[in-house]
Design a protein around this ligand. Structure first.
Ligand code: 5GP
Ligand code: ZN
Length: 115
C-alpha cells in the first residue's frame, strides 16, 4: 500500500517535489497543478488514507500539520491577505490521492461556496 502510494513515495524522496518544509512527522510541498499562487500540500509522513481515518491518537500530528500550514502561509506572504485550508475526503469531495493532505491555498481571492 505505502509502496505504491504517491505521497508516501514523495515523503521517501522517491518522486521529486518542491519541498517547502520537512520534519520527522510532517512534509509540505508545492502542488504540481496549482489552483492559486500559493498551493501547498501538507502531509503526515505516516500513511493515513484520509481524514476519515483520524482519531484522537492523531491530535498532536494534526496540530503539527496545521502549524506547518500556517507557517507556509507566513513564508509565502499570504498570512495577512488570507488563505484557505482544505481537506477533501472521498469521491464527492474530489479526493484523488488516498494519503491525507491539507491544501494551503492563497494569493488570490477564493470563491465561496466552493465549486
Ligand atoms: P485531492 O484532489 O486528493 O484533494 O488533492 C490531490 C492533489 O495532489 C491535487 O491538487 C494534485 O494536483 C496533487 N498532485 C497529484 N499528483 C502530484 C504529484 O505527483 N506531485 C505533486 N506535487 N502534487 C501532485
Ligand atoms: Zn501514503
Amino acid at each position: 500500500m505505502t509502496e505504491t502510494c504517491l505521497f508516501c513515495q514523495i515523503a521517501r524522496g522517491e518522486i521529486p517535489a518542491t519541498i517547502v518544509h520537512e520534519d520527522d512527522h510532517v512534509l509540505a510541498f508545492r502542488d504540481v497543478n496549482p489552483q492559486a499562487p500559493t498551493h501547498v500540500l501538507v502531509i503526515p509522513r505516516e500513511h493515513l488514507s484520509s481524514a476519515a481515518d483520524l482519531a484522537s491518537e492523531h491530535a498532536e500530528l494534526l496540530a503539527a500539520m496545521f502549524d506547518v500550514a500556517n507557517g507556509v502561509a507566513v513564508a509565502d506572504g499570504v498570512a495577512e491577505t488570507g488563505y484557505r485550508l482544505v481537506v477533501n475526503v472521498g469521491r464527492d469531495a474530489g479526493q484523488s490521492v488516498d494519503h491525507l493532505h491539507l491544501h494551503v491555498l492563497g494569493g488570490r481571492r477564493l470563491a465561496w461556496p466552493p465549486g
